[in-house]
Design a binder for this molecule. Structure first.
Ligand code: SF4
Ligand code: SF4
Length: 287
């Protein structure tokens, strides 16, 4: 029953982490000087609507657990899960226990562990930033990764594990902190996760579950961190002048750092076909 009350595993308590639905983005209009043919305009509209619907659908997955209470897993189970995810076009998969400090304030989470999923945004599209092609690509990946995250959530639920999907357009936990904890990348100077595979060119989603997860990968990404330290191109070239030279921790000790002035970035997203210039200029994603 969708109205049934669910006992959460965690409820976010960090006062510095407040969830905001970026509603403005659903009103976004593409720039008229870049005319789209009928087919492409239809595709774009499908991705926008699909993202919005998927976001709502993901929020309901916690009600689909019935009496699920299994926790035991095997390495073979995770091989099957990863193969399925890869068949669905999800290239990056990592595991970490849920980080309680990085759950949005007052939001309930079902599941003690997090599976972090990343899907590439195509370089051929991103290198045209800012352009309509980037905007379409951004929503294609939000939509596609969202649908695939829900399907993988249902797979775990059908196997008997209590599980919840967190849509890439907005989950109840901070994807960046969890992606770093899962060994999938580093936090770049602009706060985006930089992965060894695609630099900043991916979208993230998460699945929280009571299934016991494989051990978190141990990876040494210190070369990438050193590179970032000496680079700063994303700050220098930020199209909206939104990226701070030094991140700001509003509440001392909260562990939540702001790297970007949200309102300036949003203005650039709305005025520049979803901007995403920072994805183009990062040398670690230029491949
Ligand atoms: S999307 Fe544009 S304005 Fe926002 S951080 Fe990236 S380059 Fe800057
Ligand atoms: S542009 Fe440079 S500083 Fe910014 S995330 Fe990429 S490598 Fe790091």
């Amino acid at each position: 029953m969708e109205t049934e009350k669910i006992e959460p595993t965690f409820v976010g308590e960090n006062n510095d982490l407040v969830f905001v639905v970026p509603k403005e983005l659903f009103m976004m209009k593409l720039s008229t000087e870049q005319k789209l043919d009928r087919e492409t305009a239809k595709e774009y509209s499908k991705y926008l609507r699909g993202t919005f619907k998927g976001f709502q659908k993901a929020n309901k997955t916690k009600y689909q657990n019935g009496d699920n209470n299994k926790t035991e897993t095997t390495p073979e189970f995770w091989t099957e899960f990863e193969n399925l995810a890869k068949e669905k076009g999800i290239e990056l998969i990592g595991y970490t226990p849920v980080l309680e400090n990085y759950i949005f304030k007052n939001l309930p989470i079902v599941g003690k562990n997090a599976i972090i999923l990343g899907m590439e945004m195509d370089w051929e599209k991103i290198k045209t930033a800012p352009s309509v092609h980037v905007s379409i690509e951004a929503f294609r990946v939000y939509y596609d990764l969202g649908e695939k995250t829900i399907e993988l959530t249902q797979f775990l639920q059908e196997k008997g594990y209590k599980t919840e999907a967190h849509h890439p357009f907005g989950g109840k936990l901070l994807f960046t902190a969890h992606a770093v904890a899962a060994g999938l990348g580093i936090k770049g100077r602009n706060g985006l996760i930089i992965s060894p595979e695609f630099g900043p060119r991916q979208r993230w989603s998460a699945i929280t579950t009571d299934a016991n997860i494989p051990e978190t990968k141990k990876v040494d990404l210190s070369d990438m961190e050193d590179f970032c330290e000496n680079c700063g191109v994303c700050i220098e070239k930020c199209l909206g002048g939104a990226t701070y030279e030094e991140p700001i921790e509003k509440i001392k000790g909260s562990g939540i750092f702001t790297h970007i002035d949200r309102s300036k970035c949003m203005e650039s997203l709305l005025n520049n076909n979803f901007c995403s210039y920072c994805l183009k200029v990062c040398p670690q994603g230029n491949k």
